[in-house]
Design a protein around this ligand. Structure first.
Ligand code: TEU
Length: 563
């Protein structure tokens, strides 16, 4: 069915379990810690909890290197703990979404452990093996997303295997129908255990052009991704999964689309295609990457941010696709520090980002800590970082000629660890996250920024999130209103409307630390000016009167409805 699906009015809360809540003193979070916080999430108005990987894993990429797809790692608890979590969510009318990481497995997975021993292994073709290239070197020039070549040499059998990410994350061979059946079986296993949603990791990379040609270095950056992003059979593979798992179990699904295009995301998420319910795309989170390069710094391009958000709203709407809406996740620095102000105007700008995102069409994702305004931490030195991509890049940037200090400056802004510091529950030791030694540093500001201090405060960031999340269920126009941008290249303001023929929603946000003046376009004002607009959300004590011209204070953000 289209348009009526329950998850189109849902809000998802993303849990990075390693950093959410530790109940054993191990210093890393666990499943019981999450189960103990379900009342908190229910109170926030969350419908779906996305639990990131808790499977058996060597933790080289914090669980995105899976060594057993059906077993819970002891680091996070037991299968009984998982069952209690699922029951706890069900009891509250909430849903559990789990992470499925099947573009690659850990090299410690039994399949790989057997495959690497012999070219005749029954699991050999579960992975992607190639002979050395004509010059005796690497099969081609593809680069890993975490730096270095995308091929690892296996001495025993004299071949290379493909690793688009860490060298301990071996790409699975989706050309092999046995691999595709294994994935369908493992997803059905979890669906039968009560999982009603799946997030599929870098799922648009699973179909590789079988020529494995060299990348000629043209755009996008010559790292080979044009030969495996949205590859030749990707839609076929996802439709097959829909038939085998998504349809029969009626689960909500979100595909993480690394790079990708609007056209593909329409195909991935238009219900008539029977592929995914929705897609994550990352174009709006690359507007501070000079020439698409994550490891160079520049102030973010505000006009590009607004243009991309608008293009994807309009494009997906016209194509019948459905966006996963997000500012934050465990791979990105905190949006509060990146696109707004984590200092003087921290509270106003955290609320501004929430209002701006939650008025858009799609399913919003709240990443743990975002709802209390957690910023990027202050990193002292390289020893504080844990992320494999960050520690690799600290070395690679210096190999490329940057000084250690320059590399650290880049890491402070770009590192995925920025969003992985433990959740701040209260002002007790370690912010109430653990009684042990936290695996990653606790943000110094935990005494000022934590859940306990915000729960009772009606003006807190937390209660602002609760308010905007509730609006999605109250106002149909947020689900189906046609999107239209209202600001013409304004240097400070992002403004848009949503109109569904009954109601018109208007959102106006000041993304700057200065006063800003906004004038409604004539045509909107002609229609709307005559009506009294009802203020649905505000992040300042006084909202401007409903006038054609408005003055907005720094990071002010408002949502009105005209009925
Ligand atoms: O991320 C995909 C991915 O490409 C991101 O890691 C990001 O684009 C990268 O940091 C490049 O700068 C998924 C998971 O979300 C991520 O945590 C995993 O590390 C990755 O896949 C491999 O499984």
């Amino acid at each position: 069915s289209t348009g009526q699906d329950w998850w189109r009015k849902s809000t998802v809360y993303q849990v990075y379990p390693k950093s959410f809540k530790d109940t054993t003193g191990s210093g890393t979070g666990d499943i019981r810690g999450l189960t103990g916080k379900l009342d908190y999430l229910q109170e926030l108005g969350i419908d779906i909890v996305w639990l990131q990987p808790v499977y058996v894993s060597p933790q080289n990429d914090n669980g995105y290197d899976v060594a057993d797809y059906r077993r819970i790692s002891e680091d996070f608890g037991s299968m009984e703990d998982f069952d209690q979590l699922a029951a706890g969510l069900k009891k509250r009318g909430m849903s559990l979404m789990t992470d499925i990481v099947v573009n690659h497995s850990s090299t410690e997975h039994p399949w790989f452990q057997e495959a690497k021993l012999s070219r005749d292994s029954r699991y050999r073709d579960y992975y992607i093996w190639r002979d050395p290239g004509p010059d005796g070197g690497l099969p081609n020039n593809w680069q890993s997303k975490f730096g270095g070549p995308a091929w690892q040499w296996e001495e025993a059998t004299g071949q290379y295997f493909l690793t688009l990410f860490d060298k301990t994350q071996a790409d699975l061979n989706w050309e092999n129908s046995k691999v595709r059946q294994e994935v369908a079986d493992l997803m059905s296993f979890w669906a039968e255990k009560g999982v009603s949603g799946f997030r599929m990791d870098v799922i648009n990379l699973i179909s590789k052009d079988q020529e494995f040609l060299n990348d000629d270095g043209s755009k996008p950056p010559g790292d080979g991704r044009k030969f495996y992003t949205d590859g030749p059979r990707v839609h076929e593979y996802i439709k097959e999964l829909y038939k085998r798992v998504f349809g029969p179990h009626n689960v909500v699904t979100v595909g993480e689309m690394s790079s990708t295009t609007l056209e593909h995301c329409i195909r991935y998420s238009n219900p008539h295609e029977q592929e995914f319910s929705m897609t994550f795309n990352f174009h709006h989170l690359k507007v501070d990457y000079p020439g698409g390069n994550k490891w160079e710094l520049m102030p973010y391009d505000f006009e590009a941010l607004k243009r991309l958000l608008s293009e994807w709203q309009t494009g997906m709407q016209q194509g019948g696709g459905w966006n996963a809406l997000f500012w934050n996740n465990h791979d990105q620095p905190r949006a509060l520090s990146r696109f707004a102000d984590d200092g003087k105007y921290r509270i106003e700008s955290a609320k501004m980002l929430a209002t701006t995102l939650h008025g858009l069409q799609g399913t919003p994702y709240v990443y743990q800590g975002e709802e209390i305004g957690m910023p990027n931490p202050q990193w002292k030195d390289i020893s504080e970082f844990r992320d494999i991509e960050s520690t690799n890049m600290y070395r690679i940037l210096q190999e490329q000629g940057k000084s250690a200090e320059e590399a650290l400056t880049i890491l402070r802004e770009r590192s995925r660890d920025n969003s992985r510091t433990p959740m701040l529950w209260d002002d007790s030791r370690n912010a109430g996250f653990t009684s042990g030694t936290p695996w990653l540093k606790i943000d110094e500001r935990y005494k000022e920024i934590n859940v306990a201090s915000q729960l009772p405060n009606p003006d807190s960031i937390l209660n602002h999130y609760k308010q905007v999340i509730a609006l999605r269920k109250q106002e149909q126009v947020i689900t189906d209103g046609r999107y239209k941008r209202l600001d013409e290249q304004h240097p400070q303001i992002f403004a848009y409307e949503r109109d569904n023929g009954q109601d018109t929603l208007v959102v106006v946000s000041n993304f700057s630390g200065q006063e800003a003046e906004f004038t409604f376009p004539d045509d909107l004002w002609t229609q709307a000016g005559a009506y009294e607009a009802e203020l649905l959300s505000s992040n300042t004590a006084q909202a401007p009167a409903w006038e054609k011209q408005m003055q907005l204070s720094p990071y002010a953000s408002y949502m009105w409805i005209i009925r």
